[in-house]
Write a protein of this length. Sequence first.
Length: 207
Amino acid sequence: MIRVLVVDDHPVVRSGLQALLASEPGLSVVGAAASGEEALALVAAHTPDVVLCDLRLGEGLDGVGVTAALRKGPGPGPAVLILTTYDNDSDIARAVLAGAAGYLLKDAEPAAIVRGIADAAAGRLVLSPELEGRVVDRMARGVPQLSAREIDVLRLVADGLANKEIARRLFISEGTVKTHLVHAFGKLDADSRTAAVAAARHHGLLG
């Protein structure tokens, strides 16, 4: 029996995944978390074999952050399988570099998700041949490792929004927006908003 923890900040998606997995005879859903921090607490409490985790989880740890935290923990820890709507090379590369067992899109067939969980539990990399090729190519080019939220902020900068508007759009403080921008500037070796957006586009981070 494979023990699975579901992590998604959308209640409907979370419930749907729980229902899907609970109907599978070889799987047992041991818990569900709405945030990265809650996911880490539930992993410690329930010791799942696989964490099925969304990439973007609102404020706090994203799916890559959850993966990195679990990889740093004692022992091998659970396999983390990212399940998301974001088909972005940089997101996939970030997840794999952090130690994720694989990356699936939410429009995948239910059978593919179940099969991916089984593969992740068995220690196999869960990536389609197409995604695997893209990840290898992206890693070879040395992509700056921006967080999902830093990329969100840069996307809105590229759309011409000011910090106050970005804060309102993402439901975060203006100070948090500035912090994300400072981190993004440093990672992209940029000294202005324009240069940061240009560098992010060069690396394919903005799609």
